[in-house]
Design a protein around this ligand. Structure first.
Ligand code: GMT
Length: 377
C-alpha cells in the first residue's frame, strides 16, 4: 500500500507512535510518506520505502498566524496525486482531521479517492478537544473520517461521551518494538555517574505540561528519599519546568535530582533506572511507561484514563488516585524495600510490555487500511 502519515514531528508520544508505525510498515514493504513540518525526531533511518515531505509555510507580512492548515492540505493533495496514496493516516485530531477532510474534498473534485483515518491520542479529546472553540470542527472531521482509532479503551469511551459522533471508534493500543529493548546495550556502567551503589534511581519522562503533575513526582521523591537512599532523574522539558525547579529548591532536594532535559530516545537512561513515576492528571495510554516496562521497570502511577489498561496494580507497579502523592510514595517504599517483590514486579512489567509488541499491533492497522481502501469514500 502507499500510505500517507501526518503527525506532530516534535517530542511527544503521538509523533513517536506515528513514526514507529511508519517505519514498521515500510519494513513490511509498504511505501510510507510522512507529511510534516519538520523531520519526525525518530525518523532517522534510511529505507527505500520511507519518504519525508516537508510542509513549508512561507512568511508573509499579512500573516499574524501562519496558514499552516492550508499549506498542509495542499501538500497532502500534492503527495496523494504524485505518490498515488491509497490511504491517509492522521495522528492527533487537531488540526489534522479537518485538514485531511479538506484534502479529501479537493482530491474528490479531481476524481481521486483518498480515505483518511484519524488516530486519537489523548488531549486532542480529553483536554484541547473539549475547548468549545474547536468543538464543531472536531465533531465534523471525526464524523467524516473513514475510520477513527483510539489508543485505549478509556479514550474510546471519553471520545464517544464527549462527541456524539455516528462513527465508531476502534481501539488499537500503542506499541513498542520489544526486540529493540531486549538488545539494549549494557548501560549499567553509566549508573555510577548518577547514583551511588546503595542508591535507587527513580525516573520520570514527560513533556512537563500541567497534565503530567510533575510536582507530584517531586513530592513522592521528597518522601521516599527520607526512607530509602535514592536519586531522581527527570527527562523532558516544557512549560512546568520553572515551577519544578522552584519546588525542588523549596523542598531542598535539587542536589539529588538530575534534570537531563529532552532526550530523543530515552531507552539508555531508562535502562539504568529502577522505578518509573507517572502521576498524570489524565493519560490516555502512557507510552513512556510502556517503554519503561519493556526495560523491566515497574511503574508507580495514577489510576487515570488508559493507565489501568497498561499498569496492573500490585503486579507491574502500583496505582493511586490522582494527586495522592503520599500513597504513591508509600507504594514506592514498599516496592523498593522488598527485593524479592521488586524482582517479581520487574518480570511482570516485562511480560505485560510484551503484549504491546508491534508484531501484535501492526496487523490491526494493516487490516484497517485495507478495509477503508476497499470501502472507498
Ligand atoms: O496529549 C498529549 O499529551 C500529547 C500526546 C502526544 O502527542 O504526546 O500524548 C498522548 O498520546 C500518547 C501517544 O498515544 C499517549 O501515550 C499519552 O498518554 C497521551 N497523553 C495524554 O493523554 C495526556
Amino acid at each position: 500500500m502507499n500510505i500517507g502519515i501526518v503527525c506532530y514531528p516534535t517530542f511527544g508520544g503521538s509523533g513517536v507512535v506515528a513514526t514507529e508505525l511508519g517505519i514498521a510498515l515500510a519494513h513490511k514493504g509498504h511505501k510510507v510518506h510522512f507529511i510534516t513540518y519538520s523531520q519526525p525526531f525518530r525518523l532517522n533511518q534510511f529505507n527505500e520505502n520511507l519518504f519525508y515531505h516537508e510542509v513549508n509555510v512561507n512568511d508573509y507580512p499579512l500573516f499574524d498566524y501562519q496558514p499552516y492548515e492550508s499549506v498542509l492540505a495542499s501538500k497532502i493533495v500534492d503527495v496523494a496525486i504524485y505518490e498515488r496514496l491509497d490511504v491517509l493516516h492522521v495522528h492527533y485530531a487537531i488540526p489534522h482531521a479537518s485538514v485531511a477532510y479538506l484534502a479529501q474534498q479537493i482530491l474528490k473534485s479531481r476524481k481521486i479517492n483518498l480515505p483518511y483515518i484519524t488516530t486519537l491520542h489523548g488531549t486532542d479529546i480529553t483536554l484541547v478537544g473539549q475547548d468549545p472553540s474547536f468543538e464543531p470542527v472536531i465533531f465534523f472531521s471525526l464524523n467524516n473520517s473513514n475510520a477513527i482509532t483510539s489508543v485505549s479503551e478509556s479514550l474510546r469511551k471519553d471520545t464517544l461521551k464527549t462527541f456524539k459522533i455516528a462513527n465508531d471508534v476502534k481501539v488499537i493500543p500503542n506499541f513498542i518494538k520489544i526486540e529493540d529493548y531486549q538488545h539494549q546495550p549494557e548501560m549499567q556502567c553509566h549508573r555510577k555517574n548518577f547514583a551511588a551503589p546503595n542508591e535507587k534511581i527513580l525516573i520520570h519522562v514527560s513533556n512537563f505540561r500541567k497534565v503530567k503533575r510533575v510536582e507530584d513526582v517531586l513530592r513522592v521523591f521528597d518522601i521516599v528519599r527520607k526512607e530509602i537512599p535514592c536519586k531522581l532523574i527527570l527527562v523532558g522539558d516544557g512549560p512546568e519546568r520553572p515551577a519544578i525547579d522552584k519546588l525542588c529548591r523549596e523542598l531542598n532536594t535539587c542536589s539529588d535530582i538530575i534534570s537531563l532535559g529532552k532526550i530523543a530516545n530515552p531507552k539508555e537512561v531508562l535502562s539504568i533506572s529502577d522505578l518509573f513515576i507517572l502521576p498524570s492528571e489524565t493519560e490516555s495510554f502512557g507510552l513512556s511507561a510502556l517503554e519503561a516496562m519493556a526495560l523491566k521497570i515497574p511503574v508507580i502511577s495514577s489510576n487515570t484514563g488508559g493507565i489501568p489498561e497498561l499498569n496492573i496494580h500490585g503486579k507491574t507497579g502500583y496505582m493511586s488516585n490522582v494527586g495522592d502523592y503520599q500513597d504513591m510514595a508509600k507504594n514506592t517504599i514498599t516496592l523498593l524495600s522488598d527485593e524479592k517483590k521488586f524482582q517479581q514486579f520487574r518480570e511482570n512489567a516485562f511480560e505485560q510490555a510484551k503484549k504491546f509488541d508491534i508484531e501484535a499491533i501492526l496487523p490491526m492497522y494493516e487490516k484497517l487500511y485495507k478495509e477503508v481502501i476497499a470501502a472507498g469514500i
